[in-house]
Design a binder for this molecule. Structure first.
Ligand SMILES: Cc1cc2nc3c(=O)[nH]c(=O)nc-3n(C[C@H](O)[C@H](O)[C@H](O)COP(=O)(O)O)c2cc1C
Length: 352
């Protein structure tokens, strides 16, 4: 059992090698991220429409989001004074650069960025000590990022997060791949990514921890990836059914009530497949367009005039507890929750 060690990312050290994955909209804010960081893991705030509770969200969503990035980071810091905190900023976010800068100004320790390749992230953070961790699903993407960052910015990722096909939210796979996950033999890809990252790290005489995400639920799952050479895991779905999770109780209850067959792959309006609960909202969305209000300027890949529904409205409804009218993203393991848990109890399960 001596295999679990603390996770070191540059000058950051998390006693428990567990990152709580960022969950938008509003599912991982200061309460959940602060609780995880206070328990020795890395707590991550999702910046996706983070300002949804601000009074001016409808008229100035980006302004509301930039303000909320700062207040949520400050609140999480109060919960976890010496903990390690990150933000998850999707590359596809409109005004991505401004979100990155707001998080850096608020003193965030780590930026995790996927849903696209964060090619110019090093330029945006400049000389700040914020650590950078791209999310990749394949060996090609990690090579492209590492080569480009080195050539253009003389910098390598401080950590790499692999997100596999069992994850929740948007997925970096084609629909056909998700229809036959066993056929992907994804552990081979994980191994290949770890090897490529280790090669680059050795070449530049540094360490780049690799963190596995997607389908990790137990300590045994974590040990499996540590044995393969990962330095830690990222886990999201398991943290939804915690007292500390920022979503409404009805959201958490939907996970607890879910059966395996209720978890499906959906085509999201932002142009990527995703994993979610097949609830009344998703059933209606499959049948046709759902009317929506004006655009909330979330991601650059959505075409408001053509979208089958507004993903911001659907995710905000969900997090507020209006689950029948909401999109509930979840990982393949969501059906395993049977009760609410305290973050501390989960973290104790993963402690070295
Ligand atoms: C409800 C929910 C929302 C998510 N939102 C985001 C997001 O906004 N950005 C992102 O990069 N990943 C998002 N994810 C992915 C997680 O950060 C994480 O990498 C993944 O779900 C890990 O797999 P697991 O849920 O099986 O633990 C989301 C996942 C869930 C379950």
């Amino acid at each position: 059992m001596g295999k679990i060690k603390s996770l070191v990312i540059g000058d950051l050290r998390a006693e428990v090698p567990l990152i709580q994955g960022g969950m938008g909209v509003g599912v991982s804010l200061s309460s959940l991220a602060g609780a995880v960081a206070a328990q020795g893991g890395i707590g991550v705030i999702s910046t996706a429409q983070i300002g949804y509770r601000e009074p001016d969200f409808d008229t100035d969503p980006i302004g509301a989001n930039l303000r909320a990035i700062k207040t949520e980071i400050q609140k999480a810091r109060q919960i976890a004074k010496n903990g390690v905190l990150g933000v998850n900023i999707m590359v596809a976010t409109r005004k991505y650069e401004e979100y990155v800068k707001a998080a850096v100004e608020a003193g965030i320790d780590l930026i995790i960025s996927g849903a696209g390749l964060p090619m110019d992230l090093p330029k945006l953070v400049g000389t700040a000590k914020t650590k950078l961790a791209p999310i990749v699903s394949g060996v090609k993407s990690v090579q492209v990022i590492m080569r480009y960052w080195w050539k253009k910015y003389s910098r390598l990722p401080d950590a790499v997060i692999i997100e596999g096909p069992l994850a929740g939210g948007h997925l970096g796979f084609h629909r056909e791949q998700l229809d036959d996950i066993d056929g992907l033999h994804y552990d081979d890809e994980v191994q290949a990514i770890i090897e490529k990252v280790n090669e680059a790290a050795a070449e530049h005489e540094t360490d780049i921890p690799v963190i596995m995400a997607g389908g990790v639920y137990t300590r045994e799952d974590m040990e499996h990836y540590l044995e393969m050479g990962a330095s830690g895991v990222q886990m999201a779905t398991r943290f939804v059914t915690t007292y500390e999770c920022d979503a409404d109780d009805a959201y958490k209850q939907s996970y607890i009530d879910a059966k395996k067959e209720d978890i499906v792959i959906v085509q999201s309006p932002v142009g990527m497949p995703g994993r979610a609960l097949l609830n009344p909202f998703m059933k209606r969305a499959k049948e046709g367009q759902i009317a929506h209000g004006k655009c909330h300027l979330c991601v650059s890949t959505c075409k408001p005039a053509e979208t089958p529904y507004c993903i911001t409205e659907a995710l905000v409804n969900a997090v507020k507890g209006n689950t029948d009218d909401g999109l509930l993203f979840c990982g393949a393991n969501a059906y395993r929750a049977t009760k609410l848990e305290h973050v501390k109890d989960i973290m104790d399960e993963f402690r070295p």
